[in-house]
Design a protein around this ligand. Structure first.
Ligand code: TXA
Ligand code: MG
Length: 321
């Protein structure tokens, strides 16, 4: 078991010693180490069972810190960061040599973001180095949105869990890459793409998958519960199968057992669906149903990002490449 608490001085001390600390962010909990210390970052890969080809996101305290770690900070990237930071946006930019190759899995670019959680902001303030942190879950499982989720899965492998309560956004950051004048979306996430495109104009998508080597790390099968996870249209589900769980967007189905139904957003808001998604997937997984049936949510706001996670969860059975 890892010690859990809100002691940022202790967290800072451990990080200075090259240890691992789980940190709260507004998106999901991260598993953090000193981003400038390759040995410390290697421990992240080990603790998560994460393949070496899957690079880490570097967390910094403010926009002004970015030029310390990147060769070039184009005006368009800066504008996005100033608009959405602190918040669920990650930008990928050409890295300076100070960022170890291990952090970027050998890529010449580094992913950077400023998280908005107040505890982690204070922690970054105390440190004179940035924090490399992937989501604090074993590789390919659902990301943690509470300190308890981290404890359950990685508690025996980390030194401290900084408890910042449940994550307010609930899904990972949106990732935008700036590469030689090209701007691309690598991952849909907690900042709605429409909002980003209001500033940049229409963007090309290079959504990450195992078959897309240009964008490492995100396999088709990701965010997977252990239970078989199937996407369905509940209107066409004629017979109600036994011992199954149902993940619905807004309304329960009256003829189904309420104890087998989870409602992502009774207010019909896709932000609420994002906030509840991973917690509900975990709760349902713990019930050991034969199958979890889920429906897609409306394609507005964070809807496309939620649907991306649902589709990847349903892609289990496809072998990761
Ligand atoms: O919201 C988030 O982004 C959370 C919190 C903890 O900040 N972090 C997170 O990290 O989701 P992770 O490791 O689960 O996902 C990071 C993904 C990688 O899988 C990879 O697809 C992409 O970010 N990435 C990281 N560095 C990259 C790079 N240099 N080039 C391209 N993609 C990169
Ligand atoms: Mg992850």
């Amino acid at each position: 078991m890892a010690e859990t608490g809100t002691d940022i001085l202790k967290a800072a001390q451990l990080l200075c010693e090259g240890k691992l600390v789980a940190i709260p962010t507004e998106t999901v909990y991260g598993l953090a180490a000193n981003a400038l210390d390759a040995d410390a970052c290697l421990q992240i890969y080990k603790a998560k069972n994460r393949p070496a080809f899957d690079p880490l996101i570097v967390h910094v305290g403010d926009v002004a810190s970015v030029p310390k770690y990147v060769m070039d900070f184009p005006e368009e990237a800066r504008r996005l960061c100033e608009r959405f930071w602190p918040g669920p946006l990650t930008v990928v930019l050409p890295k300076k040599p100070i960022i170890p190759d291990l952090v970027t899995s050998g890529n010449s670019s580094v992913a950077i973001r400023v998280p908005s959680h107040p505890l982690t902001q204070k922690l970054l303030d105390l440190l004179d180095f940035p924090l490399a942190a992937p989501s604090a879950n074993p590789f390919s499982y659902v990301s943690p949105t509470t300190a308890q989720h981290v404890q359950e899965q990685l508690g025996d492998r980390i030194d401290y869990i900084l408890d910042g309560g449940p994550c307010q956004v609930g899904i990972e950051s949106t990732i935008i890459r700036f590469d030689n004048g090209k701007v691309e979306v690598l991952r849909l996430g907690g900042t709605a793409l429409e909002e980003i495109e209001n500033i940049t104009g229409k963007l090309e998508k290079q959504l990450q998958s195992g078959s897309n080597p240009a964008a490492p790390g995100q396999l088709d099968q990701h965010y997977s519960p252990h239970t078989r996870f199937v996407l369905t249209d509940f209107n066409t589900l004629n017979t109600i199968p036994e011992n199954c769980g149902f993940l619905r967007f807004q309304n329960p189905v009256p003829e189904m057992d309420p104890a087998h139904q989870w409602i992502l957003a009774s207010d019909g808001n896709t932000d609420t669906a994002a906030r509840n998604l991973f917690t509900m997937m975990r709760e349902m997984d713990a019930r050991k149903f034969a199958v979890i049936f889920a429906e897609l949510v409306p394609e507005e706001g964070l809807g496309p990002a939620v649907n991306d996670r649902l589709r990847r969860a349903a892609a289990q059975g496809l072998s990761p490449e």
